[in-house]
Ligand binder design. Structure first.
Ligand code: GDP
Length: 444
């Protein structure tokens, strides 16, 4: 997960102030020195760091002891606010065309994740805004790109317009737009070619497409893993094409995160989306404030909740809530939950989004082992339907049968049933409004 070591270092810099009743100028200076180093090591652009440090220092010196907040809490608040400002403060949505279709053009270097993002965006807008997109395959230099987009189109049931690799991208876009207008698609997503490096030929071609299509958005897709290079790429693309927004991909990797932190300040253009994985659903709207609190290790409950909502079937979630209330959660639900959790991605990443959890020792051991889940599933599948619905039926002889049937020991079966009972108890408590999350109160 991105930002891991930055979060650790920022927390350690700020934690030293925690017990102070009054914060002196030299305390602030010392903390800012550490924050500055932490940001530079995370590969944040040096001008951005300088500016950030100045803004925080100016505000932090001489903070008064307020009744509601300790000086340390106030400084955390200032750091959080200034980090949010560096990331762009407001969420910037996609531009909408006054009359259909809205046209979005993707640009960026090869491998940045343009084609993948085109699919993700089609999926997102189709699901959330009932859009009827057409994707145009304009990347004629990487033949696989066209096939890749077609496969995505099939998966998403979204039409893809292509003319192979022998026609110029400008013509492809022209014809694609004609088709979109004829078919009344309300959204057109243009995937363009990338190169390994920026060159004039590429830029000229992109400018021609821009002129022809007059897109509502030109989104530059950059790979977070490339650090400062991503920032330089963004500067050049912006100079040449006057982009309207940035998409930072691969923030799920163990990038130091500097690119995401610098791009807005360097280019003045907003980050609109973040790619957080290879799956089509691994797309997040970029919320500067949430990202800032995630970086500071203050968690990101809102993203967590949205992610859960996206991956969860709402009706099922309602049924589950009802069952939690009635305490009638059974083994069928247990299996379903295990599968949902598996679909949501690595558990340790999810747990870190809970406020106060990112610094908890031992968190990296919270791994959900797919084999373990398969084992648990095998045990549940060895149960009769009656046993799944009424876990109380599972007496010692039935447990022995389950063990034999699923190829596990009785000890393992007992452990699984114990876990199930604990989960059931916890969920029942949560459904009664007892949402105390350990560690939450220790945040400051
Ligand atoms: P393009 O050349 O810009 O069209 O790049 P692609 O869309 O083909 O992506 C290049 C590689 O990056 C592919 O293997 C993608 O699966 C991968 N990729 C794209 N976005 C993400 C992301 O957000 N996270 C991760 N981990 N991989 C990504």
């Amino acid at each position: 997960m991105a930002f891991e070591s930055l979060t650790e270092r920022l927390q350690s810099a700020m934690s030293k102030l925690r017990r102070k009743g009054k914060v002196s100028a030299s305390d602030v200076k010392e903390m800012m020195r550490e924050i500055r180093l932490a940001l530079l090591e995370a590969d944040v652009n040096f001008k951005v760091v300088k500016d950030f440090v100045k803004r925080v220092s100016d505000r932090a010196v001489g903070v008064e002891v307020l009744e509601s907040l300790t000086p340390a809490q106030q400084i955390v608040k200032i750091v959080n606010e200034e980090l949010t400002a560096t990331l762009g403060s407001d969420v910037v949505a996609l531009n909408k065309a006054p009359k259909i279709p809205t046209i979005v053009m993707m640009v960026g270097l090869q491998g940045a994740g343009k084609t993948t993002f085109t699919g993700k965006l089609a999926n997102y807008l189709k699901k959330n805004e009932q859009a009827r997109p057409l994707m145009i395959a304009g990347d004629v230099y990487r033949p696989a790109a066209i096939d890749q987009l077609k496969v995505l189109g099939q998966q998403l049931d979204v039409p893809v317009f292509d003319m192979g690799t022998e026609v110029s991208p400008v013509t492809i876009v022209e014809k694609g737009l004609e088709q979109a207008r004829a078919n009344k698609n309300d959204l057109v997503l243009i995937d363009t070619a990338g190169r390994l490096h920026i060159d004039d030929l590429l830029m000229n071609e992109l400018k021609e497409i821009k002129e022809l299509a007059n897109p509502n958005d030109i989104l530059l897709v950059v790979d977070a893993m490339t650090g400062q290079d991503a920032v330089n790429v963004a500067e050049s693309f912006n100079e040449q094409l006057d982009i309207t927004g940035v998409v930072v991909t691969k923030l799920d990797g163990d990038t130091r995160g500097g690119a995401a932190l610098s791009i807005r300040a360097v280019t003045g253009k907003p980050i609109k989306f973040v790619g957080s994985g290879e799956k089509l659903t691994d797309l997040e709207i970029f919320y500067p404030d949430r990202m800032a609190s995630r970086i500071l290790g203050m968690g990101d409950m809102l993203t967590l909740i949205e992610k859960a909502q996206q991956d969860y079937d709402e009706k099922k979630a309602e049924e589950l809530a009802q069952k939690m209330k009635e305490n009638s959660f059974d083994f069928n639900d247990f299996i379903e939950q295990l599968e949902q959790v598996m679909n949501m991605g690595p558990l340790e990443d999810l747990v870190k989004m809970i406020p106060g959890m990112s610094g908890v020792p031992g968190l990296d051991n919270v791994k959900m082992d797919p084999k373990d889940i398969e084992r648990k599933k095998a045990m549940v599948f060895s149960m009769t339907p009656a046993e799944r619905e009424n876990p109380e039926l599972l007496n010692p002889s039935r447990r022995r049968r389950l063990a034999a049937g699923s190829g596990n020991s009785v000890v393992e079966v007992n452990r699984m049933i114990k876990q199930f009972n604990e989960a059931k108890k916890m969920m029942h408590q949560m459904s009664k409004g007892n949402m105390n999350i350990p560690g939450m109160d220790q945040m400051f």
